[in-house]
Write a protein that binds this ligand. Structure first.
Ligand SMILES: *Cc1c(COP(=O)(O)O)cnc(C)c1O
Length: 559
C-alpha cells in the first residue's frame, strides 16, 4: 500500500509523527515540506492529490492547522475525495460511504497519538460498494455533469446556460440519432485542454512553428494508436471533420472533372460523396450507384457492371444510412478489375470496425476515411487511413493542401478515444450496439412497420413510416421528439417524398448502448416508438411515453 503524505508549515510535526507510526504498515512517501519555513498549503495538497488522482498512491494524508484548507485544495482534483476527520468514527464512515481517499488532519485539533489512530482507522476501512453508496459517490464526482465546465457559470452565464441545457437534454431524452454518440469525460477533458493554444502547421517533427514538442507527442500518440487500432499503415489525424477527410483523399488522388462512383445521397450516401450542392459534386464528375430496388441492399454484380462501363478513378463506398454489412473484399475485386482507387468512408461504422462487429475495410482499401464522433464515440473530427504508398500525397493534401493549423486539442481527444477502444472496458460494446439495434428493429417490425431491407446488421435501421402508416418521416420524428425519443427523418431508397419530408426515420443505438442499455430496454423503446407512431396525433400517448422514457433513462446515466 502506498500513502502520500504532505503538510504545510503548521503540520510538519504531526506529519513526522504519522510517517513514523505508519512506516511499518505501508510505503509512506513524504512529499514535504522538510522544515517549518512558511509555505503555501495548496502546493503540498496538489502534490498529494496528484499522486492519488493518478493512482500512484492508494491514500493521501494532508496536515495543516485545521485540515480544512488542505481538504479544499485537494478536492479540486478529480477522483480525489478528501475528508477532514476529527474522530476515528468520522474516518470510518467517510471511507465507507464517501470512499474518501485523502485524510485531512488538523494539528491544532487532534493529538499526535489520536491522529495516528484516526489514520489507521481510515486506512483499514474498506469502501462500501453497495448500490446506493456507489451511486452517491458517482454523483459526487460528476457534480451534475457540470464539473468540467462549472467555471463558466460565473465567467459567461449565457454560454453556460447552453451547456447546461444540452446536459439536461442528454440526461432526460433517449438519443437514437444514428450519427451521434456520447463522449467520455476523458475525451472532453482533452478536447477542452490547453493544447488548443498551440499552432502546429505541419506534422510531428516537421512543423512551421517553434514550441511544438508537447503537441508533437499528442499527435504522434493519435497516429500510432489509430494505426494500431485499425491495423493501418498510415494515419492522418488532422482533418477537422469527415467531409474534410473525404476532400483530402480526392485532392490527394484525382483532378477536377475526374469521375467518382459513389452511393447517391437519397439512397444512403453522404453529401461529401458528390451531392450537387456540395464541393464534391461541383468539382468532380459523380456517377451514383444505387441499391437493388427489391432487396434495398447493395448489388455487387450490378456495381461491377456499372464500374466497368463508367471506369471511375475512385470507387467510393460507405454510407450514412445503410443498415447492412458491406462486403469490402468484393469491392476490392471490382476496383482491381476496373483499375481504380478503392476508397471507403466508414464514418458511421468506425466503432463497429474497431470493436470487431463489422468487417474492416482497412486491409482492402487504398483509403479509409472516417469521422471520430459517430459509433467511435470520440470528439467531433475526421481521420484518413491509407496504405504507405499514399502517405505523402495524403499528408500534403491535408496540409498545406486544404487546412492550416491542426486542432491539437481535438487530436489529443482522438488519441484518448483510440486508447479507450483498446481497453477491456470497451470489449463487447460494439457487439452490444448491433444486438441492441436488431432487437429494437424487430420490436418495431413486429408491430407492423416496414423496415428498409427487412432488418439490420449494424447500429442503425430505417423505418418506412410512409408505407406503414401513411405518415412522413418529418411527422414521425416530430411526434417522437414530443415523446422524448430523438430520431431523424431520413430518405429511404427510391423515396417519393421530398428530402425535407421523407418517407422514413433513421434509428441508431450507439448512444443508448453507451449509457448501458441492453436488450430489455430496446424492447421497451421499440414498443414506445410503435405506440407513438400508431397514434401520431395523440398527445396523451406522447406524454405517457415521455414520462416512462424519463423514468427509464434515470437508471442509465450519461457518462
Ligand atoms: C457523417 C458522415 C460524414 C461527414 O461528417 P462531418 O464530420 O459532418 O463532415 C462523411 N461521410 C459519411 C458517410 C458520414 O456519415
Amino acid at each position: 500500500m502506498n500513502i502520500a503524505i504532505g503538510s504545510d508549515h503548521g503540520g510538519v510535526e504531526l506529519k513526522a509523527a504519522l510517517v513514523n507510526a505508519l512506516a511499518g504498515a505501508a510505503k509512506v512517501v513524504d512529499m514535504g515540506p522538510a522544515d517549518k519555513a512558511s509555505c503555501d498549503y495548496p502546493d503540498y495538497a496538489a502534490k498529494v492529490a496528484k499522486a492519488v488522482a493518478s493512482g500512484e498512491a492508494d491514500f493521501g494524508i494532508l496536515v495543516c492547522r485545521s485540515g480544512i484548507g488542505m481538504s479544499m485544495a485537494a478536492n479540486r482534483f478529480q477522483n480525489v475525495r478528501a475528508a477532514v476527520c476529527q474522530t476515528t468514527d468520522a474516518a470510518t464512515i467517510t471511507r465507507q460511504h464517501n470512499g474518501a481517499n485523502v485524510l485531512c488532519l488538523g494539528a491544532d485539533v487532534v493529538s499526535p497519538s489520536y491522529a495516528v489512530e484516526i489514520a489507521k482507522a481510515f486506512i483499514a476501512t474498506p469502501v462500501d460498494e453497495s448500490e446506493r453508496h456507489a451511486r452517491r459517490r458517482w454523483k459526487l464526482e460528476r457534480a451534475e455533469r457540470l464539473s468540467d465546465c462549472s467555471g463558466l457559470m460565473r465567467e459567461d452565464p449565457e454560454v453556460f446556460a447552453t451547456i447546461e441545457a444540452q446536459t439536461k437534454q442528454e440526461d432526460a431524452e433517449i438519443n437514437l440519432i444514428a450519427s451521434e454518440n456520447t463522449s467520455s469525460r476523458a475525451c472532453r477533458e482533452a478536447a477542452g485542454s490547453v493544447l488548443m493554444n498551440k499552432y502546429a502547421e505541419g506534422y510531428p517533427g516537421k512543423r512551421w512553428y517553434s514550441g511544438c514538442l508537447p503537441v508533437d507527442a499528442a499527435e504522434e500518440l493519435a497516429r500510432k494508436r489509430a494505426c494500431e487500432l485499425f491495423g493501418a499503415e498510415h494515419a492522418n489525424v488532422q482533418p477537422h471533420c469527415g467531409s474534410a477527410a473525404n476532400m483530402a483523399v480526392y485532392f490527394a488522388t484525382i483532378k477536377p472533372g475526374d469521375t467518382i462512383m459513389s452511393m447517391s445521397l437519397d439512397q444512403g450516401g453522404h453529401l461529401s460523396h458528390g451531392s450537387s450542392v456540395n464541393f464534391s459534386g461541383k468539382i468532380y464528375n459523380i456517377v451514383p450507384y444505387t441499391v437493388d430496388p427489391k432487396t434495398e441492399m447493395l448489388d455487387y454484380d450490378a456495381m461491377e457492371r456499372q464500374a466497368m462501363e463508367v471506369k471511375p478513378k475512385i470507387l467510393l463506398t460507405g454510407a450514412s444510412a445503410y443498415p447492412r454489412t458491406i462486403d469490402f473484399r468484393r469491392i476490392r475485386e471490382i476496383c482491381d478489375k476496373v483499375g481504380c482507387i478503392m476508397m471507403v468512408d466508414m464514418a458511421h461504422i468506425a466503432g463497429l470496425v474497431a470493436g470487431g462487429a463489422h468487417p474492416s475495410p482497412v486491409p482492402y482499401a487504398d483509403f479509409v476515411t472516417t469521422t471520430t464522433h459517430k459509433t467511435l464515440g470520440g470528439p467531433r473530427g475526421g481521420m484518413v487511413l491509407c496504405k504507405e504508398k499514399w502517405a505523402k500525397a495524403l499528408d500534403s493534401a491535408v496540409f498545406p493542401g486544404m487546412q492550416g493549423g491542426p486542432l491539437e486539442n481535438i487530436i489529443a481527444a482522438k488519441a484518448v478515444v483510440f486508447r479507450e477502444w483498446m481497453s477491456d472496458a470497451k470489449k463487447g460494446y460494439a457487439q452490444q450496439v448491433v444486438k441492441n439495434c436488431q432487437v429494437m428493429c424487430k420490436t418495431v417490425q413486429d408491430r407492423g412497420y416496414r423496415i428498409v431491407s427487412g432488418g439490420t446488421d449494424n447500429h442503425l435501421f430505417l423505418v418506412d413510416v410512409k408505407k406503414s402508416k401513411g405518415i412522413t418521416g418529418k411527422e414521425a420524428a416530430a411526434a417522437l421528439d414530443a415523446a422524448g425519443i430523438i430520431v431523424n427523418k431520413n430518405t429511404i431508397p427510391y423515396d417519393t417524398e421530398s428530402p425535407f419530408k421523407t418517407s422514413g426515420i433513421r434509428v441508431g443505438t450507439a448512444s443508448a448502448t453507451t449509457r448501458g442499455m441492453r436488450e430489455a430496454e430496446m424492447i421497451k423503446i421499440g414498443t414506445w416508438i410503435a405506440d407513438v407512431l400508431d397514434n401520431i396525433a395523440d398527445t396523451t400517448v406522447q406524454e405517457r411515453v415521455k414520462r416512462e422514457a424519463a423514468a427509464l433513462v434515470a437508471n442509465f446515466p450519461v457518462p
